[in-house]
Design a protein. Sequence first.
Length: 468
Amino acid sequence: MSPTHRRAVVIGAGLAGMLAAAVLSDAVDEVVVLERDTLPERPEHRRGLPQGRHAHLLMAGGLAALEELIPGGSIRRRLLAAGAREISLGRDMVVLTPEGWFRRWRHEGPTMLSCTRALLDWTVRSAVLARTGVEIRKVQAVGLTGDARRVRGVRLAAPAGEEELDAHFVVDASGRGSRVVTWLRELGITGVRERTVDAGQVNATRLYRTPAGAEQFPLTMVQSDPYGGRPGRSGMVLPVENGQWMVSLAGTRGGEPPSDPEKFLRYALDLPSPIVGRLVSGAEPLTDVYVSRSTSNVRRYLERLPHWPEGFVALGDAIATFNPTYGQGMSVAAFHARLLGEELRRLGPDGPGLARRVQRGAAGPVTMAWTAAVGQDVWYPDVRGARPGLADRLVTAYSRRLTRTATGSYRAAAALWDVTSMRTGPGRLLRPDTLLAVLNGPLLPPLPAPPLTPDERKILQALDRTGG
């Protein structure tokens, strides 16, 4: 590689990796993405994504970042054309929270996209490859080259041992299984603090054919209750592409959902509301039940290291992973890529301190997502890695009152949507208008049953009869 030729190498061709490659392609001469998996030529599951078969939601904040990062392709338009559903948080969801049923308001509120992870990854990868000169190579990265001052490339597994690929800039986007701590130690950088908070959640998912007439049935969710002193149990019916429902059940340690199809249905029917089980009891199953246990919250505090090498950053799940129940990981990956693009435009690929600025800045979205996920997971029985302290108790008391208020107050519900959709930070919940709404409490009485329209109730009753 000549001194004037700038090559960037991205480790991992998942969402974080392809978005990082997209922004790097505007700043350097060559971008190479390294991926050990064989990538499918159409939307299909691949082995390197342990949560790939389970429910994924692209929140409004993450979608906005995606559209900025790939402006020529309109990811939203491509996904909708491929069968993804656009879902309004205020209108198109039937949700039972630990504090009661959410209402469905006439106002739409933020929207999110519902589809399989396979479709999302394939759509993003196709759009990036179509508008850039990014190259993907099937090879496994096994380490970094350089020293504690600067990373100069990547070590690759090869039939005869190892090979080296020189790079001006390296991004680790290798996901939950990243070996970034080991790779940094090999360069002489030690002292990375790591933390794991694990509620022991197990996810079980099965695809069903959407019953005739139920194509527009709202996303339906029974949320887990972290506060009852019992294992959490939840369920969701998620409309996805190809005329299918993705049914995902989840349970924390001691309340795990089963892989047996008959017990899977019984688990859904035994949730605090049987609505998920009632829906799927009359639907045709299309797959086996897929089970995953890769759900712990894991954080690597790379931003706290006193020294950071030039030419290297870790992004997305390589920094932190979150319990997938909360739907944050994909949006955090998009925020990280957007940050990388902003700093590249500000400093240029040769700017001193570029990597350190990006690594420190990436901690912001991580902290926001981590606080939300761990703030609930610490309350489950037998959680490992954390116990609720005084601050957790104060925050939880407020968040529970906010959620209860949101079941009967549009103002409180709108504040909650803005934060859960990752359009704004948690400061939105402390604005004077939100505080006043929470102080007043719900303005409407609690709903005694799911907020279904007459037509939706007929569909549910018909599925009851079919499931018999």
